[in-house]
Design a protein around this ligand. Structure first.
Ligand code: GDP
Ligand code: MG
Length: 440
């Protein structure tokens, strides 16, 4: 999908005159690509209308950078397809929040449950997992194993066969023990069957979740629309997690799921490891979708993201300040662009020969572990230059929260400090960085 849209945009840039005909040709190409990746016909039609409206021909004739006007319109419309404009539900500290997971078997519920639990545990919440899947053999063992590895308390039963009963008992027990977030994993079937939905309705009625998360496999393509629709009809879907986005999934399914449910995507799963969970946001997601396999598309979207996200950092740099948060945002930008090896492959001059010995998976894993470190820091720590971590107990707390060894955290802090010193020298009203930034 991404490649076709990107090359259509690129072809447009080669057109000597950008007139209505060229825009129409571009839109035809884009809509064709969207339809092919199973985005609903009505949605595609809407996107086309909206882009046309925005790229008002009059304005285009006088605008300096025509390609930019069109690109921005297409980009924004694609973003609005994956962003229903609803504020996602978030668990509140000090409250007893209950989340129920639903989705077909194999979609990634059990894996994502643990990832989400670990995510909120790092944020300092008391989190428990309940296994209400009595359909799949070994379901409880799987959850138990995942949960133990991530040091998260769990509840389940080998004896009880009624998932509704287990869900109720588990939630009640964790509530009694003052847990703040209780995540209930449920079963799935291979198909969207009446029995499955009846079971989901009964569990939901019994535990009254504050939020129901629909988990969808990002690689299912065609089936996304009908699957999401079927779940939407029987359960009150609050949020969506799209899994397996580390593979070749390019997002057509995600677009359909959002459209079918009107619910926001909150996270995407990007691997089998407990840290492989990325917060979702529409713009980087679409950038990645467009950028895949296309260098010019990539460069431009990366530049866009840079400008947008870095305003705060630029202000800081101008003042000679480089916080841990600035560093985290930079790393997040890189992660949002997708697997590093893919990214490296797009750089001109990077031959496969040169890529040898460059273990991209390892780099990505390390970046992710750094993100867990940042996740385990408080706002105050993040907004600092790292001085709080001279306090050993704070360092140990972050190590515990992130599962990253203290020495590695120290290495990260060291890197940050070194760059911070350069920034300090170059910033300020007289420094190079200070002069560079008009906002300062
Ligand atoms: P469930 O039946 O819905 O509970 O699905 P599981 O959590 O058991 O996941 C099914 C399979 O998908 C397992 O092999 C997981 O390791 C794998 N899986 C889940 N999420 C992801 C992901 O984001 N990326 C990848 N590559 N695999 C995943
Ligand atoms: Mg499961």
């Amino acid at each position: 999908l991404g490649t076709r849209i990107s090359s259509a945009l690129q072809a447009l840039s080669k057109e000597p005159v950008i007139d209505e005909k060229a825009v129409d040709a571009l839109l035809r190409e884009i809509c064709g690509a969207l339809l092919e990746s199973d985005v609903n016909v009505m949605l595609v039609h809407k996107l086309r209308q909206n882009v046309k409206k925005r790229v008002d021909m009059g304005a285009l004739a006088t605008s300096g950078n025509k390609r930019k006007v069109i690109q921005t319109a297409v980009f924004d419309e694609l973003c609005s397809l994956v962003d229903p404009g609803v504020q996602p539900w978030k668990p509140r500290k000090g409250k007893q929040n209950v989340i129920m997971f639903v989705g077909l078997q194999g979609s990634g519920k059990t894996t994502s449950c643990t990832k989400l639990a670990a995510y909120y545990k790092r944020k300092g919440m008391k989190v428990g997992l309940v296994c209400a899947d009595t359909f799949r053999a070994g379901a409880f063992d799987q959850l138990k194993q995942n949960a133990s590895r991530a040091h998260i308390p769990f509840y389940g039963s080998y004896a009880e066969a009624d998932p509704v009963q287990i869900a109720m008992d588990g939630v009640a027990q964790f509530k009694d023990s003052k847990f703040e977030l209780i995540i209930v994993d449920t079963s799935g079937r291979h198909k969207q069957e009446a029995e499955l939905f009846a079971e989901m309705e009964q569990i939901a009625a019994a535990i009254k979740p504050d939020n129901t998360i629909f988990v969808m496999d990002g690689t299912i393509g065609q089936a996304a629309d009908s699957q999401a629709r079927a779940f939407k009809e029987s359960v009150d879907i609050g949020s969506i997690i799209i899994t397996k986005m580390d593979g070749h999934a390019k997002g057509g399914g995600a677009i359909s799921a959002v459209a079918a449910t009107g619910s926001p995507i909150v996270f995407i799963g990007t691997g089998e490891h407990v840290h492989d969970l990325d917060q979702f946001s529409a713009r980087p997601f679409v950038s990645k979708m467009l950028g895949m396999g296309d260098i010019s598309g990539l460069v431009e979207t990366v530049q866009d993201m840079h400008l947008e996200k870095n305003e705060d950092m630029m202000k800081n740099l101008a003042k000679g300040v480089f916080t841990l948060k600035d560093m985290r945002d930079q790393l997040q930008n890189i992660l949002n662009m997708g697997p590093l090896n893919k990214l490296m492959g797009m750089v001109p001059g990077m031959s496969p020969e040169m890529m040898k010995g460059f273990d991209a998976d390892e780099s990505t894993r390390r970046l992710r572990s750094y993100m867990s470190v940042f996740d385990s820091m408080t706002e105050i720590e993040l907004n600092s230059d790292g001085k709080y971590f001279e306090d050993e107990s704070r360092l140990r707390r972050v190590a515990r929260g992130s599962g990253v060894r203290p020495v590695e955290i120290q290495a990260l802090l060291h890197q940050h400090r070194q760059f911070g010193q350069i920034v300090k020298k170059m910033g300020g009203p007289k420094g190079m960085l200070g002069k560079m930034n008009p906002a300062a």
